[in-house]
Design a protein around this ligand. Structure first.
Ligand code: HEC
Length: 287
């Protein structure tokens, strides 16, 4: 009796293990197909300025957009952003080697279209925000990155773990090229200054607050809709971006340090334009 029970439970366990292996095999195959999918995008040449003023402005723009002093490491050397073997290992690659490996047009396509030479999409890179970068701003950012000395970094390794692959197959994680295709742009602006504010919000805030600026959620953080700016005076908004101190003297876990190291490099005119646009941002229903 006991023996038979044991035999049955052994068989049941074996079946469960076999099914799990088959299920994971299917997920692996489907996720490989998503990771390997190629996208056809136009390769657009950008001209890279070489004058020192443009390179200096490129440093500021690279900081404000988080390419430098954040995602890709303190000095563009790359950074391990996320490392949980079950979900994924995500390394923002070394930019000082990337600018030497790729042509200017290839770099522009990776940054704005999220697509590498060969047509595969990048993962995690917020190209759905950078798709709106002007040639002039992108040219200055690249000019600055190309002026950096080559540095040693952690290597360009992005490898999804089992849960990351399930997320890819279930459509919870998306490739950069997929995100660009489904990105919702923020509401149109009504004045020229507001249009500049919209451009800035779209390219500097959208990487964390979503392409439509309605807030985002990921394993790292949850960010609110930027309609919260309607509660801010211009002074309080300036204080948040320059010092990281939010309304009521609050220190925010992700936003505050990012404001101090990156957004504090926004100019007064840029902060005013951002405020003008965001303060008047209609709610998600358009009111
Ligand atoms: C690196 C990611 C990141 C970027 C880039 C970013 N934010 Fe945030 N922001 C957050 C997160 C996350 C929160 C939620 C609070 C937290 O966890 O830090 C937040 C909160 C806020 C808040 C709410 C503050 C409050 O009163 O609670 C405002 C306003 C804000 N951000 C404005 C902006 C603006 C404007 C930009 C662009 C110029 C921007 N953020 C860019 C991540 C970011």
């Amino acid at each position: 009796m006991m023996n038979r029970l044991l035999r049955w439970s052994g068989l049941a366990l074996g079946t469960v293990v076999a099914l799990a292996i088959i299920a994971f095999g299917v997920v692996y195959m489907l996720s490989e197909r998503i990771l390997g999918r190629t996208y056809e995008v136009p390769i657009v040449a950008v001209s890279i300025p070489t004058d020192p003023a443009a390179i200096l402005e490129g440093r500021r723009l690279a900081t404000v957009h988080g390419c430098f002093a954040d995602c890709h490491g303190k000095q563009g050397e790359g950074r391990v952003m996320f490392d949980r073997p079950m979900i994924a290992r995500i390394v923002a690659p070394n930019l000082t080697t990337a600018v030497r490996r790729y042509t200017d047009a290839q770099l522009a396509t990776i940054i704005r279209q999220g697509v590498r030479p060969g047509g595969r999409s990048v993962l995690v890179m917020p190209s759905e925000a950078f798709v709106a970068l002007t040639d002039a701003d992108l040219g200055k950012i690249l000019a600055y990155l190309k002026s950096l000395p080559q540095m040693a970094g952690p290597g360009p390794l992005v490898s999804p773990g089992p849960l990351g692959r399930i997320g890819l197959v279930a459509g919870k994680f998306k490739m950069a090229a997929q995100l660009i295709a489904k990105a919702i742009p923020p509401p149109e602006a009504t004045t020229e200054e507001a249009a500049f504010g919209r451009y800035l919000a779209r390219t500097t805030c959208a990487p964390c607050h979503a392409s439509d600026l309605r807030g985002a959620s990921n394993p790292d953080f949850t960010s609110p809709s930027l309609q919260v700016v309607t509660a801010y005076s211009q002074d309080a908004f300036t204080q948040l971006l320059r010092t990281g101190v939010a309304l009521g003297g609050r220190n925010l876990r992700t936003m505050s340090p990012y404001a101090r190291t990156n957004l504090s490099h926004l100019t007064d005119a840029e902060i005013a334009a951002l405020y003008g646009y965001l303060h008047a941002l209609p709610d998600a229903a358009g009111h």
